[in-house]
Design a binder for this molecule. Structure first.
Ligand SMILES: [Zn+2]
Length: 72
């Protein structure tokens, strides 16, 4: 199973949504975000929004371990 080192929290994009999109590359994530945003949020991801989303994509090997943890 390939490692998916990048992820995007949908709520970071301003949606009240717990979806997390993971992918090997930014393009891979955007390819999944487009249909998600359209189907779930009724939002059409245009070029401007894509650029914004790209800034929200994180490289974090501890995917899923971030919630509720801070400091230390
Ligand atoms: Zn969402």
């Amino acid at each position: 199973m390939p490692i998916m080192p990048k992820f995007l929290h949908c709520r970071d994009a301003g949606f009240d949504c717990d979806a997390v999109v993971t992918g090997a590359t930014v393009d891979d994530i955007l390819a999944q975000v487009r249909p998600h945003a359209a189907a779930v949020h009724g939002v059409d991801v245009d070029t401007t929004m894509e650029r914004q989303l790209q800034t929200l994509i994180r490289d974090d090997p501890e995917l899923g371990a971030a919630s509720g943890t801070s400091g230390t």
